[in-house]
Design a protein around this ligand. Structure first.
Ligand code: 2AM
Length: 219
């Protein structure tokens, strides 16, 4: 049929209808960079001043907010065609989903939101997405499926958004290994924990639910 001739997209994902979570994250960044605990570890960030950094300026973003499921590279990525042909993917295309955001994380490279997928959502998660990251993040392959699910909210200069999911996996691998990090502060949004090397995790007290549309991007 005609649909078989339509090429495979750049990527599939859940696209947010609103960017309120970005406002929440920007407010969090404003608070984070003013904390003494953050200033104490400022050397983790590649910035010239020794006193402070404006994290809202430090990160940039130019994309519409989404949670990537499968990066297909127009069919060049491994498993792209199989993913595009999956029944769950075809049946869900264009449908509305509520995603649950359970944490915000910040590293010297990226800021993002962790997405906790439910069982139905995991049916749209590619089988080997987390394992593929094993080379970049040792230990990632042993995490539960869907661990990489996230929304990129911003990247530092010269950093590509693909890094956001790797930064999340990196933190989850530490946690899986029993590292709790250092509890820095109980904030209104949740508890803020510091891992070394500029890795900050804010576990949300109440998960944030966001409405999305499962779709794809061709450009
Ligand atoms: P992101 O999911 O962290 O935002 C287009 O580049 C989109 O595909 C971005 O949203 C990007 O990162 C994601 N992306 C790019 N390369 C990827 C890869 N190799 N694996 C998974 N996602 C990728």
């Amino acid at each position: 049929g005609v649909y078989e001739k339509v090429s495979i997209p750049l990527f599939y994902g859940w696209f947010l209808f609103q960017d309120k979570i970005k406002c929440t994250a920007m407010d969090f960044l404003k608070t984070l960079d003013s904390l003494d605990a953050f200033k104490k570890h400022l050397a983790d960030f590649p910035v010239e001043t020794e006193k402070e950094v404006d994290l809202e300026q430090y990160f940039h973003s130019s994309w519409s907010l989404h949670c990537t499921t499968k990066f297909c590279a127009y069919g060049k990525a491994q498993g792209a065609k199989e993913y595009a042909e999956k029944t769950a993917v075809q049946e869900s295309y264009g449908s509305v989903w509520e995603l649950s955001l359970t944490a915000l994380f910040v590293t010297p490279r990226t800021v993002g939101a962790r997405v906790s997928l439910n069982e139905a959502q995991l049916a749209l998660w590619p089988a080997d997405a987390d394992k593929e990251a094993e080379a970049a993040v040792p230990g990632a392959g042993a995490l539960p499926p869907g661990s990489r699910a996230h929304i990129s909210l911003g990247c530092a200069e010269k950093v590509e958004p693909v890094q956001t999911g790797l930064d999340l996996l990196d933190i989850l691998v530490l946690q899986q290994a029993g590292q709790q990090g250092e509890l820095v502060e109980e904030m209104e949004l949740g508890s803020l924990v510091y891992f070394d090397k500029g890795r900050w995790l804010l576990t949300l007290r109440e998960p944030v639910s966001v409405k999305t549309c499962f779709s794809s991007v061709y450009k």
